[in-house]
Design a protein around this ligand. Structure first.
Ligand code: IPM
Ligand code: MG
Length: 369
């Protein structure tokens, strides 16, 4: 059976990191005797260049018909002054919405070889393994009304709406509780219930879902400001962290640094199963590094592993990618962002070399050291 993947390379470094994931997927196909077929379509700035909008109709149609959608990154400062409705980032938000991928999983797992790369002390992060479950199609990002207008006094006023309905909270809570059941059975729900109405409903609904369906999972609640502090004070206290869209955007960037670099943080965006899922690294398009063969492709390659696991039910193939990454890191290969100057045995490599090394390690695995 062939698995059909729509590639949306996007902008900036998007094309070069996507190409590394394809290299690794092709190695997986060879080793596990699988067939992946690919199509490609423009999104973000590339969508604007091709058809004047960040999510061209043809891209949306192809996405809905694929078995899975794999995205590089969107965003380009060329479009900073464009009508905000046409910003490249809108393409990403629109494709998330079109696919109905409300559950964004961002696993933060430390690689032994990188324990000394983080800006945090090794003992704080050694053995780190947490999962951020971010609600992805609601909250401030999508709430209406929103706008910039003149108020009655003629003063400019910008406004957004943070809103969540009970069903939106229930379905993401189910995802987080189920994820916790497959892990250490600890769920920390992050909110700002001391101030925000949406958070008060969020806390109530998450508590109810836990009591009714998941008595085996231990649920705690934490205010988002405290969570930001606890994440760097003692991150190992967390197993699964559940949060709404905007808080999850912020906290997951913070959590990525526990692994040493934002370039390590993958993501899977899942829906109810009626439409394809979306996979993308959690970082942006870093236009200033575009085409320099410099950035770290690992977040993108791990996202491919998540695709194998969540869309194609190929857990062994997914594990093979993760082991290959661990192997290459143990061998000392580093892109600039995870380079630890002064540590012996490390070799600085570019994007393509890192992708190639991981593909090779998929093809000839050695026991993980
Ligand atoms: C992310 C990114 C996006 C988001 C941007 C590019 C719109 O930061 O995936 O975390 O905020 O969701
Ligand atoms: Mg982000």
């Amino acid at each position: 059976m062939a698995h059909h993947i729509l590639l949306l390379p996007g902008d900036g470094i998007g094309p070069e990191i996507t190409a590394q994931a394809v290299k690794v997927l092709n190695a997986i196909a060879e080793r596990f005797k699988l067939t992946f077929t690919y199509d490609e379509a423009p999104i973000g700035g590339a969508g604007i260049a091709a058809s004047g909008v960040p999510l061209p109709d043809d891209t949306r149609d192809k996405a809905l018909k694929a078995d899975a959608v794999f995205l590089g990154a969107v965003g380009d400062y060329k479009y900073d002054d464009i009508d905000p409705k046409l910003r490249p980032e809108q393409g990403l938000l629109q494709v998330r919405q079109a696919l109905g991928v409300y559950a964004n999983l961002r696993p933060v797992s430390g690689y032994k070889a990188l324990t000394h790369t983080s800006t945090l002390k090794p003992e704080v992060i050694d053995g780190i393994d947490l999962l951020v479950v971010r609600e992805l199609t609601g909250g401030l990002y999508f709430g209406q009304p929103r706008g910039i207008e003149l108020n009655a006094q003629g003063v400019e006023r910008g406004f957004d709406t943070m809103e969540y309905t009970r069903p939106e909270i229930e379905r993401i809570a189910h995802v987080a509780f189920k994820a916790a059941q497959g892990r250490k059975k600890q769920l920390c729900s992050v909110d700002k219930a001391n101030v925000l109405k949406t958070s008060q409903l969020w806390r109530q609904v998450v508590t109810e879902i836990g009591e009714q369906h998941y008595p085996d999972v231990s649920l705690s609640h934490m205010y988002v400001d405290n969570a930001a502090m606890q994440l760097i004070r003692s991150p190992k206290q967390f197993d699964v962290m559940l949060t709404e869209n905007t808080f999850g955007d912020i906290l997951s960037d913070e959590a990525s640094m526990l692994t040493g670099s934002l370039g390590m943080l993958a993501s899977a965006s899942l829906g109810d199963g009626s439409k394809p899922f979306l996979y993308e690294p959690s970082h942006g398009s870093a236009p200033k590094y575009a085409g320099l063969n410099k950035v770290n492709p690992i977040a993108t390659i791990v996202s491919a592993a998540l695709m194998l696991r969540h869309s194609f039910n190929l857990p062994e193939a997914a594990n093979a990618i993760e082991q290959a990454i661990a192997q290459v890191l143990a061998d000392g290969l580093r892109t600039y962002d995870i380079m630890n100057d002064g540590e012996p045995g490390l070799k600085l490599v570019g994007t393509a070399e890192m992708g190639y090394a991981i593909a090779q390690a998929v093809l000839s695995p050695v026991a993980t050291r």
